[in-house]
Design a protein around this ligand. Sequence first.
Ligand SMILES: Cc1cc2nc3c(=O)[nH]c(=O)nc-3n(C[C@H](O)[C@H](O)[C@H](O)COP(=O)(O)O)c2cc1C
Length: 170
Amino acid sequence: MVAGEEREKLVQGLVSAYRAKAITYNPSKGKTIPQHYVDRTRQFFREIHPFIQEAGFQTRNFVEEGSYQFYNAPVAILAAMERCFSRSRLMDIGFAAQNLMLSAHALGLGTCPLALILTCEDVIRKELEIPENQEIVLGIALGYPNTDSPLNRFKSSRDALNEMVTWKGF
Ligand SMILES: Cc1cc2nc3c(=O)[nH]c(=O)nc-3n(C[C@H](O)[C@H](O)[C@H](O)COP(=O)(O)O)c2cc1C
């Protein structure tokens, strides 16, 4: 959990590295993701675009630079896993992250899971003195949501359940 001056230093380092590396978010990641998911991501951006515009931002800059700034949330959370564990234990991080985000929501707080920041993992590791035997797997922004922002009126659309679930024997 990172706040105050430490958070400021982390964000400054991340934003400088992002600008220097000219990182851009690309849902297809060199075409390793099936087209359906690329299309869903594009659809998401089409849907959120008017809300980002109404809030006075440019979409790509908002998402990319916003991610590296933890969307201005006062608390940055970094989850790391010791490398000695098998990849399947990443589920534990997922469960803990989900529990944290649901608990925060129940307390009136907002969260945003962030993976784009992992492109500047070296900066996070250096600023937070995270040892090499730990793999940084997820960032989470935590703070009270700005209820006046048009962005908080946005609700992303969902695929139908049947797109994801195969029903057998029902
Ligand atoms: C593992 C993971 C990593 C994510 N990384 C980012 C990120 O780096 N930047 C970002 O803006 N959104 C990121 N997102 C997406 C947002 O956090 C998204 O708004 C959130 O999952 C809630 O979406 P929903 O309300 O549409 O379900 C990520 C989501 C997940 C699950």
